[in-house]
Design a protein around this ligand. Structure first.
Ligand code: ZN
Length: 54
């Protein structure tokens, strides 16, 4: 799994969440799994559905 530092953008591959960012030493909670980053593509579908009801 790829973890990304939300402070400096450093990416590291690891089995579990790193304790520190190797680049900027940000704390563990700044290292987030890359897949968790939200994508906005799903929103268009929701809007189309609710619009058709009105
Ligand atoms: Zn960092």
């Amino acid at each position: 799994m790829i973890y990304v530092c939300t402070k400096c953008g450093y990416r590291v591959e690891a089995d579990k969440q790193p304790d520190l960012c190797a680049m900027c030493y940000a704390a563990k909670h700044h290292m987030i799994p890359e897949k968790e980053q939200p994508k906005e593509q799903g929103e268009a579908k929701d809007k189309a559905q609710s619009g058709s009801l009105a």
